[in-house]
Design a protein. Structure first.
Length: 99
Protein backbone atom coordinates (compact mmCIF):
# COMPACT_ATOMS: atom_id res chain seq x y z
CA UNK A 1 0.00 0.00 0.00
CA UNK A 2 1.07 3.54 -0.54
CA UNK A 3 1.25 6.16 2.16
CA UNK A 4 1.61 9.87 2.75
CA UNK A 5 2.87 11.66 5.82
CA UNK A 6 1.78 15.10 6.97
CA UNK A 7 3.54 17.40 9.40
CA UNK A 8 1.24 19.20 11.82
CA UNK A 9 2.36 22.04 14.07
CA UNK A 10 1.74 21.34 17.75
CA UNK A 11 -0.73 24.21 18.04
CA UNK A 12 -2.84 22.60 15.29
CA UNK A 13 -2.84 19.06 16.68
CA UNK A 14 -6.58 19.31 17.46
CA UNK A 15 -7.24 19.72 13.74
CA UNK A 16 -6.02 16.17 13.04
CA UNK A 17 -9.37 14.87 14.29
CA UNK A 18 -11.16 16.79 11.50
CA UNK A 19 -9.16 14.87 8.93
CA UNK A 20 -9.46 11.41 10.39
CA UNK A 21 -13.21 11.73 11.01
CA UNK A 22 -13.85 11.89 7.29
CA UNK A 23 -15.61 8.67 6.21
CA UNK A 24 -13.18 7.82 3.41
CA UNK A 25 -10.02 8.80 5.30
CA UNK A 26 -11.12 6.95 8.44
CA UNK A 27 -11.14 3.67 6.50
CA UNK A 28 -7.39 3.98 5.83
CA UNK A 29 -4.61 2.99 8.20
CA UNK A 30 -3.77 6.07 10.30
CA UNK A 31 -0.84 6.58 12.67
CA UNK A 32 0.05 9.74 14.56
CA UNK A 33 3.37 10.38 16.26
CA UNK A 34 4.83 13.24 18.25
CA UNK A 35 8.21 14.21 16.81
CA UNK A 36 9.87 13.80 20.21
CA UNK A 37 8.76 10.14 20.34
CA UNK A 38 10.75 9.64 17.13
CA UNK A 39 13.83 11.44 18.53
CA UNK A 40 13.30 14.41 16.21
CA UNK A 41 14.11 17.83 17.61
CA UNK A 42 11.04 19.62 16.24
CA UNK A 43 7.79 20.58 17.91
CA UNK A 44 5.43 18.88 15.44
CA UNK A 45 3.25 15.83 15.02
CA UNK A 46 3.30 13.45 12.08
CA UNK A 47 0.24 11.83 10.59
CA UNK A 48 0.87 8.80 8.40
CA UNK A 49 -2.01 7.64 6.26
CA UNK A 50 -1.62 4.39 4.37
CA UNK A 51 -4.28 3.09 2.04
CA UNK A 52 -5.90 3.25 -1.35
CA UNK A 53 -5.58 6.02 -3.92
CA UNK A 54 -9.00 7.54 -3.21
CA UNK A 55 -8.44 7.66 0.55
CA UNK A 56 -5.03 9.29 0.16
CA UNK A 57 -6.39 11.83 -2.31
CA UNK A 58 -9.15 12.81 0.13
CA UNK A 59 -6.61 13.07 2.97
CA UNK A 60 -4.48 15.39 0.83
CA UNK A 61 -7.49 17.61 0.08
CA UNK A 62 -8.37 17.86 3.77
CA UNK A 63 -4.74 18.44 4.76
CA UNK A 64 -4.56 21.33 2.33
CA UNK A 65 -7.67 22.91 3.86
CA UNK A 66 -6.28 22.38 7.37
CA UNK A 67 -2.86 23.73 6.34
CA UNK A 68 -0.97 20.53 7.15
CA UNK A 69 2.34 20.15 5.33
CA UNK A 70 2.67 17.09 3.12
CA UNK A 71 6.21 15.78 3.42
CA UNK A 72 8.36 15.31 0.37
CA UNK A 73 9.41 11.80 -0.59
CA UNK A 74 12.85 11.91 1.05
CA UNK A 75 11.66 13.25 4.43
CA UNK A 76 8.56 11.01 4.38
CA UNK A 77 10.79 7.95 3.90
CA UNK A 78 12.99 9.04 6.82
CA UNK A 79 9.97 9.54 9.12
CA UNK A 80 8.36 6.30 7.94
CA UNK A 81 11.54 4.38 8.73
CA UNK A 82 11.54 5.78 12.28
CA UNK A 83 7.86 4.88 12.71
CA UNK A 84 8.48 1.33 11.45
CA UNK A 85 11.45 0.91 13.79
CA UNK A 86 9.27 2.06 16.68
CA UNK A 87 6.50 -0.35 15.68
CA UNK A 88 8.96 -3.25 15.33
CA UNK A 89 10.45 -2.47 18.73
CA UNK A 90 7.00 -2.44 20.33
CA UNK A 91 6.06 -5.70 18.62
CA UNK A 92 9.22 -7.46 19.79
CA UNK A 93 8.60 -6.18 23.32
CA UNK A 94 5.12 -7.72 23.28
CA UNK A 95 6.63 -10.98 22.07
CA UNK A 96 8.92 -11.08 25.08
CA UNK A 97 5.94 -10.66 27.41
CA UNK A 98 4.16 -13.69 25.95
CA UNK A 99 7.21 -15.97 25.76
Amino acid sequence: MTYIIFEVKSENVGEIDKMIRDDLVSRQSILTRDSSSLDIKENVFYVKIEGNKEGLKKAEELAKELKFKKLGKKKAEKINKKIEEQEDSAASGMGMIFD
